[in-house]
Design a protein around this ligand. Structure first.
Ligand code: SF4
Length: 236
């Protein structure tokens, strides 16, 4: 974005007392951090990550289990101020499963209104229909080896637009074949970015590349750049 987004960081709002009802303009966050986006169409871009706490899924390969519990209540204003302090044009809202907190859609709208290029990383298990159309929704359709493919909300596929992205984390050949069958069975919007990502430490990336080429699959192979840079370090 062209405008300057430097801004003062206001003091943290007081957290909600344990047991008290959260304010309507609050979300529970695990962390806000500034890093390089390691995945998706925005891979390589300096990005502010807003990680919401909580997830109803338990994927076998999950690398953010630390976001399942705990967290701290943040007001929307505090989130916007902290995001602005990094002077980045791109913001990724992630989790956990960010849509598990209903007010996440309001935060996404506020970030878009503030002029950011916004993406949302979501599991595909919850309805994406209420997400602002300016947001690029990165839908991580759960493959069989994730152990959570029964949670996929198939109606989400009909809501995808060329502005969104559809991701498959591939753990083995069975997952790859399953992803191919899903791509054949569904008519997806022209221009929708389809991402195949090898499960880190589980699926060999060269092997996956060769499968894609052998099948002449019109997808983008992606590796998790942040893991090459920093391994599994949280907040990177
Ligand atoms: S949906 Fe994401 S955060 Fe939730 S268990 Fe699966 S990988 Fe982890």
């Amino acid at each position: 974005m062209s405008q300057s987004i430097h801004g003062p960081v206001v003091p943290a709002a007081p957290s909600t007392e344990p047991g008290a009802a959260p304010r309507v303009d609050q979300l529970k966050l695990t962390e806000i951090f500034y890093s390089i986006q390691g995945e998706s169409r925005s891979m390589g871009k300096p990005t502010v990550f807003v990680r919401l706490t909580g997830c109803p899924l338990r994927c076998t390969y999950c690398d953010t289990a630390y976001a399942f519990h705990g967290g701290e209540w943040y007001t929307f204003d505090r989130i916007l101020d902290e995001v602005a302090s990094y002077n980045a044009g791109h913001v990724t809202v992630t989790g956990g499963e960010p849509l598990a907190q209903k007010r996440c859609v309001e935060l996404l709208e506020r970030l878009c209104d503030a002029g950011y290029d916004v993406s949302l990383e979501t599991s595909g298990a919850l309805d994406i229909g209420s997400v602002d159309s300016r947001v690029s929704r990165v839908l991580d359709l759960k493959t069989p080896a994730s152990g959570e493919s029964h949670r996929n909300l198939w109606s989400n596929l009909e809501l995808l637009t060329p502005h969104d992205q559809l991701k498959f984390v591939i753990c083995n050949r069975g997952d790859y074949d399953w992803a191919c069958s899903i791509l054949k069975a569904h008519t997806l919007p022209e221009g929708l970015e389809v991402l195949l990502s090898p499960s880190f430490g589980e699926q060999n990336v060269t092997e996956l590349a060769e499968w894609i080429l052998a099948d002449q699959l019109n997808v983008r192979l992606q590796m998790q750049l942040h893991k090459l840079l920093w391994g599994d370090e949280p907040g990177r």
